[in-house]
Design a protein around this ligand. Structure first.
Ligand SMILES: [Zn+2]
Length: 111
């Protein structure tokens, strides 16, 4: 899960935060204030943002990774094994994605 400010006041780019927080309350506790300075990595302009402009997004990599890993395992078992292995890997990766999405929703719905 990655946190970002939506969006830069100058160039409208997303600005990703280095902070790792479960909720906005957690983020506020880390920063100590509701507003914070942040420099945009794209245009280098610094502005003050509210934590309410911070959102979370998932890093959707696990389904694809799971399918690849499963597919590789499946290669050992021939074409049928490939299908089973790929499906199994995607299912494992997909479970991770669901968990990731739950954490993203948890952050975005927090105050
Ligand atoms: Zn910018």
């Amino acid at each position: 899960m990655k946190l970002f400010v939506d969006r830069c006041d100058s160039c409208q780019s997303k600005i990703y935060l280095k902070n790792v927080a479960i909720t906005r309350t957690d983020l506020r506790r880390q920063i100590g204030f509701e507003n914070f300075h942040l420099r945009c990595g794209t245009c280098q302009n610094e502005h003050i943002y509210s934590i309410y402009r911070v959102f979370a997004e998932s890093e959707k990599t696990s389904t694809a990774t799971g399918a690849v890993v499963g597919g590789l395992l499946g290669l050992l078992g021939g074409p049928v094994g490939l299908l089973i292995g790929g499906g199994l890997g995607a299912a494992i990766g997909g479970a991770d994605d669901t968990e990731e999405q739950r954490r993203v929703d948890n952050f975005n719905e927090s105050w």
